[in-house]
Write a protein that binds this ligand. Structure first.
Ligand code: SF4
Ligand code: SF4
Length: 233
């Protein structure tokens, strides 16, 4: 497994927190969480929010600040902010400050809390907020002079516990991962075309003047139709 994903998986398994469970952490604003980072992963909504904040199209933000690769296990396109230079600095760190503070990616907004889901294949369509798991990432920074709960920490950044897009996105990822892994086993599958289409439809083709969620749903449907066609050939 990808080492970044492996570290996240270990925290997910070992450091889970209930939403009302206290954890001790105070951010001392040292800025180190924006360097030596290879794991600022973006959802399509994160990229859309960045594009709105920067008054650019998602594709332009992607070209300037992001990179992508295929997940070793998931076989899905994974998008992240492209670390720069020897200190692997986030490209959005300007003058020692986050230049997109109001639209920072969710992983940055909730840091050092992480969020994920572990769901059996048979239950994909039934997942709810109760299946979301939170974990402490043990960042080795800040100090422990404040006590928080996940509920209050997320609330401070305007992220609801009932995050419908997060649930929808997780379902989409699980289903696509299963499908892509099956497609990859079939001789003659053009996986490059499959991955390119998934990247473009899921992440890049949004109108920032329009609401995100309806566009996302439409793009997921379009991708399913395209995959059906590709599988028939
Ligand atoms: S997006 Fe902002 S908060 Fe997140 S790593 Fe980059 S500079 Fe830091
Ligand atoms: S979250 Fe940690 S690394 Fe980031 S600024 Fe706060 S104390 Fe520093």
């Amino acid at each position: 497994m990808d080492t970044r994903m492996e570290r996240i998986r270990q925290d997910f398994e070992n450091n889970q927190l209930a939403v009302d469970e206290p954890f001790d952490f105070r951010c001392t604003l040292c800025g180190k969480c924006c360097i030596h980072r290879e794991d600022i992963f973006l959802t399509p909504k994160d990229l859309y929010n960045l594009a709105r904040e920067l008054h650019q199209m998602p594709e332009a933000v992607f070209d300037q600040y992001c990179e992508w690769y295929i997940g070793a296990d998931s076989r899905l396109p994974i998008v992240r902010l492209k670390p720069q230079g020897s200190v692997r600095r986030c490209p959005l760190l300007k003058d020692q400050k986050c230049s997109v503070h109001n639209a920072k990616p969710t992983v940055c907004a909730i840091f050092p809390i992480g969020r994920g889901m572990a769901v059996e294949k048979s239950r994909i369509d039934e997942v709810t907020t109760a299946d979301i798991r939170y974990f402490f990432t043990n960042p080795g920074c800040g100090d422990g002079s404040e006590t928080h709960t996940v509920k209050e920490w997320l609330g401070a950044f305007g992220i609801p516990l009932q995050d419908d897009f997060f649930i929808e996105w997780q379902k989409c990822l699980i289903k696509l991962s299963l499908r892509f892994r099956e497609m990859e086993k079939k001789p003659g599958s053009d996986m490059r075309a499959v991955w390119d289409s998934a990247l473009v439809l899921l992440y890049l083709t949004y109108e920032v003047g329009m609401e995100f969620e309806p566009q996302f749903r439409e793009h997921v449907e379009d991708l399913q139709k395209l995959l059906d066609k590709m599988e028939k050939h």
